[in-house]
Design a binder for this molecule. Structure first.
Ligand code: G6P
Length: 496
């Protein structure tokens, strides 16, 4: 295979600054997220997954961060959804360049294609019983939304950064982007990292041929395709071989792109930053949250922290809790479930229905058991207050992560760093984090409601000494591969 040089000598910035050309991060979501405060959503520094892993790099002076923002949508859409605008993302300490998309384009790119189709496909949820089929409107959304948004991002980067040292492109919103940038930056190292599970060819075939080929060819514009797990890397290699017919070297984990370049396919499991987590745990905000959060949690507690998303499988998690209360009357007066439910993608009906189904399940369980438990056994916090969630994770007996599919699940890794009780992790086998948790957490199959109830029961009975041994093994693994390692391994493979 022809070998392409990755990590050419540091290019100079042709904008006249005389400094080195910037390293460019591109993601859909910018560094600001929203927290619910005093009855409204306030933009604030995001603390979750993708952003927390990239922020340390973004603080360096030679880095630029492009993200997509929407022009303010019409009143109806604005009322239904969380959207981020130029003003939300700029003005912070990080060098952010928002790429402004017209509201209908943003909605089609982010909502109708990225989240309703690609997210659902990659979490094995694309199913005509739940979601609409790919009709003419969806094809329009692909062309005039998803492809158009990627083209606008590429143009905006070319305009603002005539030279770049390297590109770090993030996630399923931006699959076509590596190939678009390759045309204008033939020698600049490009890495694309997918944070969510990568589909096998059989799943990918659910998408029209031209869509899936655009996705794969888009990714092959990069020098390095980064994925969360070995399974994701195998799936990507199989897709290239079976769906594009490109030569694949499985042993070396490389693909030959159609222009003869050798594309590396590499695994970089996402992780957390122990120093940042320790700092947050020592912060005033967590100190303030502790007393009332711990006060709510009762003698024994189960905690979950996730976005309200069909892939997170909250309904089965709560039904497993109900089954646990059926199986174990002895726990009823002592056990509480605290659910930190993060509002997500609320402009989409499937997300609103998901939240409704979760609330309905919680309501049914709470009314069924309120009398015997002495009060409603499930508390739900519908917000994204990470400080509260961390305070709860610190003191819980069980952290439940029963996602149907999950790229990694960084909540489980954060929990490994903060748990003091010590607690036990009950985790889905189909979450990327299951590999690191192997032999330490209790693994469950996500559809197995009965098995999940039994695992939580076992976890609650587990003696403290055994919990401590398991937690310490998991914590060591997390500490040995942090967000810094995730990033530096990518930069090393790019040669920058
Ligand atoms: C996942 C994705 C990220 C995304 C995050 C939150 O972790 O991999 O790309 O930013 O979910 O989703 P949102 O749609 O709110 O950005």
């Amino acid at each position: 295979m022809a070998r392409r040089r990755v990590g050419a000598a540091i290019t100079e910035d042709r904008r006249g600054s005389g400094g080195p050309a910037p390293l460019v991060i591109v993601s859909n979501r910018g560094p600001k997220d929203f927290v619910w405060k005093d009855g409204e959503w306030i933009p604030s520094s995001a603390s979750g997954g993708l952003v927390s892993m990239l922020a340390p790099l973004a603080r360096r002076p030679d880095v630029r961060w492009f993200c997509c923002v929407s022009e303010p949508p019409d009143a109806k859409r604005a009322a239904a959804g969380l959207f981020t605008t130029e003003d939300d993302q700029t003005g912070g300490p990080l060098p952010v360049t928002p790429v402004l998309l017209p509201s209908p384009v943003y909605h089609a790119y982010y909502g109708l294609i990225s989240n309703e189709i690609l997210w659902m496909l990659q979490h094995h949820l694309l199913n005509p019983n739940v979601l609409p089929s790919l009709d003419a409107e969806r094809h329009r959304a692909w062309r005039d939304g998803y492809l158009a948004a990627n083209a606008t991002v590429a143009d905006s980067i070319k305009k603002c950064c005539p030279t770049a040292r390297a590109f770090l492109l993030q996630d399923y919103h931006l699959y076509p982007l590596p190939a678009l940038l390759r045309r204008s930056f033939p020698d600049t190292p490009i890495l694309h990292f997918t944070h969510i599970p990568f589909p096998e060819p059989s799943l990918m075939r659910l998408l029209p041929k031209d869509w899936r080929e655009t996705i794969l060819r888009g990714l092959l514009g990069a020098d390095v395709v980064g994925l969360q797990t070995q399974g994701d890397a195998r799936a990507f290699l199989s897709c290239c071989a079976e769906l594009l017919g490109t030569p694949v070297d499985s042993e070396a984990s490389e693909v030959e792109a159609e222009d003869g370049r050798r594309v590396l396919v590499r695994v970089y499991p996402a992780s957390v930053d122990p120093d940042e987590v320790a700092e947050t745990m020592a912060s005033e905000a967590v100190k303030l949250a502790r007393p009332w959060v711990h006060g709510l949690m009762g003698d024994l507690s189960i905690v979950r922290v996730d976005r309200a998303d069909p892939s997170k499988n909250q309904v089965i998690g709560f039904k497993a809790f109900e089954r646990l209360l059926d199986l174990r009357p002895d726990l009823r007066s002592r056990l509480r479930f605290s659910a930190f439910l993060v509002p997500s993608r609320t402009d989409l009906k499937i997300y609103r229905s998901c939240t409704e189904a979760i609330y309905q399940t919680i309501g049914e369980i709470n009314s069924r058991f309120a009398a015997e438990c002495g009060r409603a056994p499930i508390d739900v916090f519908y917000t994204n207050d990470r400080n509260q969630a961390l305070a709860a994770m610190e003191d819980c007996d069980v952290l439940l992560v029963n996602s149907l599919q999950d790229g990694m699940n960084l909540v489980a890794k954060e929990w490994a760093l903060v748990s003091t009780r010590p607690g036990v992790l009950v985790v889905s086998e189909t979450a990327g984090v299951a590999e690191a948790a192997m032999g330490t957490g209790l693994l469950v199959s996500p559809l197995d409601l009965e098995g999940t109830a039994v695992a939580m029961s076992k976890a609650l009975d587990m003696p403290s000494a055994e919990r401590a041994v398991r937690l310490s093994a998991f914590r060591n693994r997390v500490s040995q591969w942090t967000a810094k390692d995730w990033l530096s391994a990518q930069l090393a493979d790019l040669g920058v």
